[in-house]
Write a protein that binds this ligand. Structure first.
Ligand code: SAM
Length: 248
């Protein structure tokens, strides 16, 4: 399949900022493939956690185009150099986002709780020794700790707090991160999920997961009585004897 990578010019770079790579392209391709749904979704707030060069948030703003004129964009990164590069990328493409140097969404939770309609995250997901996680500079772009899950596992509860009732989360993962386990974990919190793009590169097998609140998967008495199967990018779950195929 031809890549439908958005055309974003790299107008600025920094040795300590992650340049757009296969994972960034895969995330943007997944968003492009879902563009019609995104337009229909009419998001009021779109947020990126870990914006790096700004390639993804700029692509999202451009693909929503005029439809996004009343949409508020916000992006965070723990690396202040990334925030600087993202600012230049956004400006060069005539887009605007509030840009915040912070750990995930620290300091923003109160303001954004329950309001984010679209969240995009290409997290540090490479399995590394735990001590490499959260280092300053370029290492923070990839170091994901055990199974590459340290930062992902911190982002998920924050996403749960910030996403609106109709909120969608697009998350980049690797096979090593155990994406089906991530889906199951989020299913326990009432989310449905689907692998919207799977792509193997020379180095890694990427899965872009889309998660959304699904009232049908809310748990009764906090007990999960479901069955869960994962194959060919499709999450299928059965609850209380009833089959449900999650498709969005
Ligand atoms: C794999 S890079 C992705 C960059 C960009 N989104 C892209 O797709 O090209 C991960 C980004 O997350 C940032 N990051 C790592 N840990 C973070 C944290 N705890 N809070 C916010 N950003 C973080 C890194 O600095 C880096 O810019």
């Amino acid at each position: 399949m031809l890549s439908r990578t958005a055309q974003i010019r790299l107008v600025s770079s920094h040795p300590e900022v992650y340049d757009p790579c296969d994972d960034s392209f895969a995330l943007v391709d997944a968003l492009l493939a879902d563009r019609a749904n995104l337009l229909e979704h009419h998001p009021s707030i779109c947020m990126e956690v870990g914006c790096g060069s700004g390639y993804v948030i700029a692509s999202l703003a451009l693909m929503l185009g005029k439809e996004s004129s009343d949409c508020y964009f916000i992006a965070t990164d723990i690396n202040p150099h990334a925030v600087g590069v993202t600012r230049k990328t956004m400006e060069a493409h005539g887009c605007h986002a509030d840009l915040v140097t912070t750990d995930i969404a620290s300091g923003l939770e109160k303001r954004l709780a329950g309001l984010v309609d679209v969240m995009v995250v290409n997290p540090p997901y490479v399995p590394t020794p735990e001590y490499e996680v959260g280092q300053f500079g370029i290492a923070s772009a990839w170091a994901g700790g055990e199974n590459g899950r340290s930062v992902i596992d911190k982002i998920l509860p924050v996403a749960d707090k910030l996403l609106s009732d109709k909120g969608w989360l697009y998350l980049v993962t690797l096979t090593a991160n155990n994406p089906s386990e991530i889906c199951l974990q989020m299913m326990k919190k009432g989310y449905a999920s689907r692998i919207v793009l799977q792509r193997s590169t020379d180095e890694e097998s990427l899965h872009i997961i889309k998660l959304w609140r699904n009232l049908d998967t809310q748990l009764e008495d906090g007990i999960l009585t479901g069955f869960f199967a994962f194959s060919h990018g499709q999450i299928t779950c059965a609850f209380r004897g009833r089959w449900k195929q999650s498709q969005i």
